[in-house]
Design a protein around this ligand. Structure first.
Ligand code: HEM
Length: 412
């Protein structure tokens, strides 16, 4: 295995890892994301890793970190190899375990090899992982139509997030949770601690209050929600559904950002068709271009060494992908993206919410475009005929919204 020089190790730390940690891995820090958008941080990351690949080759590159074995994965084949084996390369990496334990101590992603299989089976059953349309798809689509009702004027992240969270709470917990913003505030505060992983003390009491709050909805099992699916799903005692739900609520934040980024892309590219397939592919483009999980970590079960997979490098590798820095939903429809890209990870620990997210996000976009047009006022560069920015701050996107006149409303 090649070994990076001390200088190159420092470059990886400062150019790739520190920006990802600084922007908040579990809860975005708005000022940091803003600063990194300005610095186009992820473009620098891609350039650095391309240079390292030129210098050292495509094999794993071991960084010079005293007392710990940490390597960069630099080839697509190796990414697939690592992600295909969750026993040899556990997703329950040490930093992730400490971070996620702040709000989901028994979450699937940080489960050990003994607990992982039945928690995964439970999760897949409730999220209906293998269906492109969830079993409750019709009910969820009606909830989208009720909650996503744009009005003419200005739209920013806070406006969008307010209706997005109402929608998420209704889908995950049931309609009675629609206005329960306290639950999300409690989660947010624990996620802020989680950004610090083991450097922040676990607030066990707050975590218990939050998990009890989640459990109250799980116990209610309101029809037409994921909570109802949980009630219908036999679960072993150590599945701890409230920990799993905590992850889903957390991950729906990323899904909201991905949807909002996709809205910006579509608003800037009016020629892209607005059918469900293209809307779904646009959400995939949104997380390809600006991945919400930029760093996928794995620890070797054999020796505890850590592997770093930096998604932006693979998604934006303009030495290998002709479409690296363009918005091209077609790559998700014609098979070009099949083996190269990992916005939802891959293998047995691939995101089990992928289909559900894509369905809800595409329905949301569809509801937005139904009777309104959106002009992106904050980021004119997205419409320009030049490479898309490496880093985008979704919280800074702003739109001018106009209602279409009756004659212009699409039929069907
Ligand atoms: C844009 C939205 C989302 C993206 C891009 C995304 C991406 C990912 C990625 C990259 C992983 C692997 C992480 C790792 O290995 O460290 C993952 C895992 C996971 N995601 Fe998502 N996710 C999204 C939303 C969701 C939602 C809404 C849910 C639930 C409703 C969900 C449920 C999960 C679960 C349970 C895991 C752990 C899987 C396992 O360990 O087997 N995700 N997701």
């Amino acid at each position: 295995m090649a070994r990076a020089s001390v200088l190159d190790t420092l470059r990886v730390a400062t150019t790739a890892l520190m920006p990802i940690v600084a922007r908040g891995a579990l809860l975005r820090r708005p000022s940091m994301v803003r600063a990194q958008e300005k610095a186009d941080a992820d473009r620098r990351l891609v350039r650095l890793l391309q240079r390292l690949r030129d210098t050292y080759g495509e094999d794993r590159l071991r960084l010079r970190v005293p007392g710990r074995s940490i390597s960069l994965v630099l080839s697509r084949e190796d990414v697939q190899h690592v992600l295909s084996d969750v026993v040899t390369y556990t997703p329950a990496n040490v930093e992730k375990r400490h971070a996620l334990a702040h709000f989901q101590p028994d979450g699937l992603l940080i489960s050990d090899a003994a607990d992982r299989p039945h928690r995964r089976t439970f999760t897949e059953a409730v999220l209906d992982t293998h269906s492109s349309v969830h079993a409750l798809g019709d009910v969820f689509a009606s909830k989208v139509d009720e909650e996503v009702t744009p009005t003419a004027g200005r739209l920013d992240w806070d406006d969008f997030a307010a209706s997005w969270w109402r929608l998420v709470r209704r889908i995950v917990l049931g309609d009675s949770a629609a206005d329960d913003s306290l639950l999300i505030e409690r989660l947010k505060s624990l996620r802020a601690n989680a950004n610090w992983s083991y450097f922040h003390r676990e607030e066990v009491e707050h975590r218990e209050i939050f998990l009890r709050h989640v459990r109250s909805y799980v116990d209610r099992a309101e029809p037409g929600s994921l909570a109802a699916r949980i009630a219908a799903q036999p679960a072993a005692a150590d599945v701890h559904p409230e920990s799993q739900v905590a992850h889903w609520l957390f991950a729906f934040d990323a899904a909201g950002m991905a949807t909002f980024q996709a809205l910006a892309l579509l608003a800037s590219h009016p020629s892209v068709p607005r059918d469900q397939d293209h809307l779904r592919a646009s959400v995939l483009e949104s997380v390809r271009l600006w991945p919400t999980t930029p760093l996928v970590l794995r620890d070797s079960a054999a020796d505890g060494s850590t592997l770093l997979i930096l998604a932006p490098f693979f998604h934006r590798d303009d030495q290998r992908l002709s479409y690296a820095n363009a918005f091209e939903p077609e790559v998700w429809l014609d098979g070009r993206a099949d083996h190269a890209l990992i916005p939802f990870s891959d293998g047995p620990a691939v995101c089990p919410g992928r289909n559900l997210v894509l369905f809800i996000a595409a329905k949301t976009l569809s509801a937005m475009f139904l009777e309104h047009d959106f002009m992106l006022t904050s980021h004119p560069q997205l419409a320009a005929d030049e490479p898309l920015p490496g880093t985008l701050n979704p919280l800074g996107l702003r739109f001018a919204v106009t209602a279409r006149t009756v004659d212009e409303v699409p039929v069907g």
